[in-house]
Design a protein around this ligand. Structure first.
Ligand code: AMP
Length: 445
């Protein structure tokens, strides 16, 4: 099958050829002809399947005819994170280079003024995160009654982030006769309800089994014989210094851990930079660009910031923490081994992570993941045990970071309130005036 057989017009085929793609991916083969007919699509697909081109190509063809009016965009793509929204807009630029479509990207961390000026001129394609879109709408700067095509990308991640009420509201602000292209890696009941309500007789396209891990990725775990963070960081450094590690994304469960790990790596002379939702957008964009170009070797990341990032050439993924949700493991390691390349994924596992590891094994349908033994970890644990007295309030349940989630109408994350013991919270709050070395008794409640 070639792209010419999908019903795309010559200017789009030209842009696709110039991107270097010759064969459409399964989701493109299934989605593009149906989307060109104007059908609604329900795509059950992860990132890495080529789904973005699966919706951008037919949208460009449809939008080529007609003109945008001021403040009334003709199409809307909703993405859960700023990075993903930026990636979608890059796709429109790449494949739409022979069309004169205007586009605006509405994401947080960027000035309202510039975004507003674009909306006033009129845009064919609006790519947005739900929160920022509604902010513009509430200021009266935007009308959604001219939307002809609406795309919801990574709907299950929107659910995790508390965006579903926003998405419902946005659906209701758009005309009933719109075309809807809806993508999700999994179909939990809340997402099913949404698609039952807002999609009209959709073509259902399922391209990969839920939560499958690419065959091109070699996975290994490293057992850490204690829960000492210094030990984990030392094991991490050993892994980063192995032969064949060209670059890597290092995942931590919490933003504070991202900062601590980055600082520690930098102190040890490693070329690392952090990315998470509390960092300024300009810094995040610069970090990603530098990582893509090879100026930065290691990206230390939180899940939300790294979700769906398309960096084609990542040799390694390191899970500094075992993720709280087993599906996140699949997404994390999916950052390597992309586009048929070989990739390796390592995960540090402490005795407290046994349950989370079992959940991951179940998700990926394996009995075990091969173990790699690092030298000297046992001796290190003995020497640190002598130095540090055990902390009485150390806990094995770790609170989940809220990242850049902004659940509207929800007062607090149920996960956070249910699992955050008070002692843990106070441990995270800096104690002013003592520098890095806070005596253990001061961190106790
Ligand atoms: P996505 O699932 O949309 O995030 O795409 C994953 C990666 O596949 C991106 O780097 C795309 O540029 C790339 N890609 C998209 N379509 C094709 C294709 N037909 N052939 C090869 N690579 C593709």
């Amino acid at each position: 099958m070639t792209f010419d057989e999908l019903g795309l017009e010559p200017k789009i085929l030209q842009a696709v050829t110039e991107s270097g793609y010759t064969t459409p991916t399964p989701i493109q083969i299934a989605a593009i002809p149906e989307a060109l007919k104007g059908r609604d699509i329900l795509g059950i697909a992860q990132t890495g399947t080529g789904k973005t081109a699966g919706f951008t190509l037919p949208m460009i063809q449809r939008l080529a005819r007609g003109r945008a009016k001021a403040r009334m965009p003709r199409s809307l793509v909703l993405a859960p994170t700023r990075e993903l929204a930026a990636q979608v807009s890059e796709n429109f630029e790449k494949y739409g280079k022979y069309h004169k479509l205007s586009m605006a990207l509405l994401i947080g961390g960027v000035s309202f003024g510039d975004q507003d000026a674009k909306l006033t001129r009129g845009v064919d394609v609006l790519v947005a995160t739900p929160g920022r879109l509604l902010d513009h709408f509430e200021r009266g700067r935007l009308l959604l009654s001219g939307i002809e095509v609406m795309v919801v990308d990574e709907a299950d991640r929107m659910l995790d982030m508390g965006f579903i009420p926003d998405i419902e509201r946005i659906f209701k602000l758009t005309p009933m006769k719109r075309q809807t292209l809806f993508f999700s890696a999994t179909m939990p009941p809340e997402i099913q309800r949404l698609t039952d309500t807002f999609l009209k007789d959709p073509v259902r396209i399922e391209v990969a089994k839920q939560a499958t891990t690419a065959e091109t990725i070699t996975q290994r775990i490293v057992r850490i014989p204690g829960k000492d963070d210094k030990l984990k960081r030392s094991a991490l450094r050993q892994l980063l210094e192995m032969d064949g590690v060209r670059n890597g994304i290092l995942f931590c469960n919490r933003k504070s851990t991202v900062d601590v790990v980055t600082k520690s790596l930098q102190k040890h002379g490693l070329n690392a930079r952090p990315i998470h939702g509390d960092l300024a957008q300009a810094f995040r964009t610069e970090t990603l660009n530098k990582f893509r170009s090879g100026d930065i070797k290691f990206l230390v990341a939180s899940d939300v910031a790294a979700r769906g990032l398309d960096i084609p050439d990542v040799s390694h993924v390191f899970n500094y923490d075992v993720p709280f949700h087993s599906e996140d493991y699949v997404h994390r390691i999916g950052r390597t081994g992309r586009a048929g390349r070989e990739g390796e994924a390592f995960m540090l596992v402490t005795p407290q992570d046994t349950k989370a590891l079992d959940a991951i094994l179940k998700t990926i349908g394996r009995k075990e993941i091969e173990e790699l033994e690092l030298s000297g970890l046992d001796e290190k644990v003995q020497s640190t045990a002598k130095k540090t007295p055990p902390r009485r309030h150390e806990t094995t349940t770790r609170p989940q970071d809220n990242e850049e989630r902004r659940p509207r109408g929800k007062k607090s994350s149920p996960v956070k309130s249910a699992t955050t013991p008070k002692a843990q919270k106070s441990k995270d709050e800096p104690i002013v005036g003592l520098g890095d070395h806070v005596p253990a008794f001061l961190t106790r409640t």
